[in-house]
Design a protein around this ligand. Structure first.
Ligand code: FDA
Length: 305
């Protein structure tokens, strides 16, 4: 089921057609407050009242036109200004292929540098999402270049990739800020762990090691997962080594495990919700379905009257 849904996510023919269907548009609302910047910013209010921070992603990926990529960078710059004018803290998280990485590394880096500078100036942060494995090395290189001059930047790394431990070691001299996720793409066993338990073990091991090794350093570490048992295991293992809850943040997606997000914030954890919005939601939504087959039943039920 996961492999089929991830194949559907990559299919350009379906990408052009399925989002027009009413039931798809209704189903996606579960994970997305709306398609506009206003919709996304409005969703922050109840989260902010509970002490939960927000992170925004304007959906889109694999843009092939450099003009379109420039439009995306302009959009994020406007978003940073809107966040700066709002009464809550907000950060942005971008996909390199949405900023032209498929066409030109230098142009993509230029957009990222402009956004990192803007984020730093307005008191926000710029995070790089991690896409499929074809982009891992390039995204690492983008982050290395960016982090050399911009402190308020972070990168997402994927615990299912065998290379991630080495990537963390490689970034360590830069005092990197990292969001660790399990990984959302269909990767072959040669480069990725495919067994759930092994991925979870990799996730816990990488997290505790990073927290212990960077203790006292000026870094941020985000547990980008909805797996609350895993979060509590990491908190306990890190706690046993003298690392407190304030050494990490919990980052979850809007619409997933919402009650847990509020419960964890009330229990004293630092929680951030990633709010995605925009009209290019198809591949992103299909990856959310692939993460949990029960979501497919939910989507199908929304076809029924
Ligand atoms: P797991 O899949 O084990 O789920 C744990 C529990 O959470 C499930 O039992 C279920 O209750 C709930 N849950 C998880 N996914 C759900 C869903 N879709 N619908 C409903 N319930 C669900 N990936 C990537 O490759 N690159 C990236 O840049 C990012 N960025 C990112 C940012 C943030 C803030 C988050 C939370 C996640 C990502 N991801 C990502 C996605 C990540 O790789 C992973 O696919 C999902 O988080 C699902 O895995 P979990 O860690 O939540 O665990």
């Amino acid at each position: 089921m996961r492999a089929v849904l991830l194949w559907l996510a990559r299919n350009a023919w379906l990408r052009a057609r399925l989002p027009k269907l009413g039931f798809m548009r209704r189903a996606v609302r579960r994970f997305m407050p709306g398609e506009t910047m206003d919709d996304a910013l409005a969703a922050a209010a109840p989260l902010d009242s509970a002490g939960i921070g927000t992170l925004y992603t304007h959906l889109g990926e694999n843009l092939t036109s450099l003009e379109a990529a420039e439009g995306v960078a302009d959009h994020y710059a406007r978003l940073l200004d809107r966040i700066a004018g709002a009464r809550f803290d907000g950060e942005i998280s971008v996909k390199p292929t949405q900023l032209g990485l498929d066409r030109d590394f230098g142009t993509c880096l230029g957009h990222l540098e402009r956004l990192a500078e803007h984020a730093g100036r307005t008191g926000s942060w710029l995070w790089l999402d991690m896409e499929g494995s074809a982009y891992t090395e390039l995204t690492m290189q983008l982050y290395e270049r960016l982090r050399a001059t911009h402190t308020r930047t972070g990168i997402c790394l994927q615990a299912y990739l065998r290379r991630t431990a080495a990537d963390i070691e490689r970034l360590r001299p830069l005092d990197p800020s990292i969001r660790l996720v399990k990984g959302a793409y269909d990767e072959p066993p040669a480069i990725a762990f495919t067994n759930r338990r092994t991925v979870d073990a990799s996730y816990a091991g990488l997290s505790v090691a990073f927290l212990v090794e960077t203790s006292g350093r000026p870094v941020r570490f985000g547990l980008g997962t909805h797996d609350v048992a895993l979060i509590e295991l990491i908190a306990a293992q890190a706690g046993a080594q003298g690392i407190g809850r304030d050494a990490f943040e919990i980052q979850m997606l809007y619409g997933i495990r919402t009650a847990e997000q509020f419960r964890l914030a009330a229990a004293g954890y630092r929680v951030q919700t990633l709010i995605a919005y925009g009209d290019a939601w198809y591949p992103w939504y299909m990856r959310r379905l692939a993460e949990r087959p029960a979501n497919v039943a939910f989507a199908l039920r929304s076809i029924l009257p």
